[in-house]
Ligand binder design. Structure first.
Ligand SMILES: *Cc1c(COP(=O)(O)O)cnc(C)c1O
Length: 376
């Protein structure tokens, strides 16, 4: 611990208890030089795609870096409306709204949708942004076991508050499995509930057209459904969006505090997202990602249904050690530990990207068998 020059500890030095090495979190670059990264959410390699970069550059020169204010003051830009319309059109919803990042969106969205007269029904493995949004909303929160819709149905049947809102990730970020959208929509209809699906990881990766788990299940535009996604993953940029019926989107503009009280995103991010959407719709990147998933499955024998592979280890220290062995072999695969994943289920979270080539993937598969001979 750092001491002042006179030898006394400062208030900041002593504020947090020391973190043991096995639990220490560190900040790291996305694609480190000389290493092949298998931990990025840049699933389609669009982060630095020439067309995406060029669109951002053009808008940067025309409109500058920042937006200057909240969208409700003077920070709005037509490109955000164009993007919201294009996303709604592509994903089959009536209307859309872009807001901050996925974290800001979910926090603001749940606060806007839910209050004291609402019960929230949340999958236990939901993303932290949904957990925090639920807490901040002031609504009663019930958590059901991961994808256990019988338990959810029983909870819904016992609920007597005025509003019911079911909340789930679409493609779960740490396990690579998916919510059953058909079943959730059926439950939402039966119990007169709204369903919020956050498909941050599924959009751009799931389905031949990359439209995510909702479109795969035929749920696009369903009247009970509100869907969210991020521009920070497959879109390779930054920002987030929510899609629903027009009346609900209009209501969110009136009520979402993370929209009202936060500086609008730079217009260059709307331009880069529109360019990324054009790439996704062209199909080449999505097809390459899916070919890479098949390559990994063939090389490891692990059955993949998404580009997220949870390589389960168990103990935190063991997961870190395996990550270190892979790093020595030139692969960046980050170990995920509690509280991001449940205790005792530390894992390497491997993510595949359209940017990888088959040589890199078979080399990773060989390294994995070498360093984790006992893994599943
Ligand atoms: C990553 C993620 C978010 C956060 O999105 P950002 O744009 O990175 O803030 C929200 N929800 C889910 C399910 C995520 O995986």
């Amino acid at each position: 611990m750092q001491r002042r020059e006179d030898g006394r500890m400062t208030i900041q030095d002593a504020w947090f208890p020391p973190v043991p090495d096995a639990a220490r979190r560190v900040l790291r670059p996305a694609w480190p030089k000389g290493m092949v990264c298998f931990s990025s959410n840049d699933y389609l390699g669009l982060r630095d795609h020439p067309e995406v970069v060029a669109a951002a550059e053009r808008t940067l020169r025309a409109h500058g870096v920042g937006s200057g204010a909240s969208r409700l003051v003077s920070g709005d830009h037509p490109l955000w409306h164009e993007l919201a319309g294009a996303l709604a059109d592509w994903l089959g919803f009536e209307a859309g709204l872009t807001v901050g990042s996925g974290m800001l969106l979910n926090i603001g969205l749940l606060q806007a949708l839910a209050g004291r007269d609402t019960t929230l029904f949340c999958d236990r493995l939901n993303h932290a942004s949904l957990v925090d949004g639920a807490r901040l909303s002031g609504a009663e929160v019930r958590r059901f076991r991961h994808c256990d819709y019988e338990q959810l149905a029983a909870m819904l049947a016992r609920c007597s508050t005025r509003h019911r809102l079911i909340v789930s990730d679409g493609l779960f970020s740490m396990d690579g499995d998916t919510a059953d959208i058909e079943q959730l929509l059926r439950l939402a209809e039966q119990h007169d509930a709204l369903l919020l699906i956050d498909d941050a990881h599924g959009i751009g990766t799931m389905g031949r057209d990359g439209r995510g788990v909702v479109a795969l299940a035929g749920g696009s535009g369903h009247p009970h459904l509100v869907m969210t996604g991020t521009l920070g993953k497959a879109f390779g940029g930054y920002g987030a969006f929510v899609l629903a019926r027009r009346a609900l989107i209009d209501g969110l503009v009136q009520r979402m505090r993370t929209l009202t009280y936060s500086t609008a995103l730079p217009p260059l991010l709307a331009a880069s997202a529109l360019a990324a959407l054009a790439r996704i719709r062209s199909g080449g990147e999505v097809a390459r990602l899916h070919a890479n998933m098949r390559c990994f499955a063939a090389a490891t024998g692990v059955d993949l249904s998404s580009p997220i592979v949870p390589w389960r280890i168990g103990e935190d220290a063991a997961a870190l050690a395996v990550g270190e062995l892979l790093a020595q072999r030139g692969f960046r695969v980050v170990a995920m530990r509690p509280p991001t994943v449940p205790k005792g289920t530390a894992r390497l979270r491997i993510t595949l990207s359209a940017r990888h080539d088959h040589t890199q993937i078979t080399a990773l598969a060989a390294a994995l068998t070498e360093v984790t001979p006992a893994a599943e």
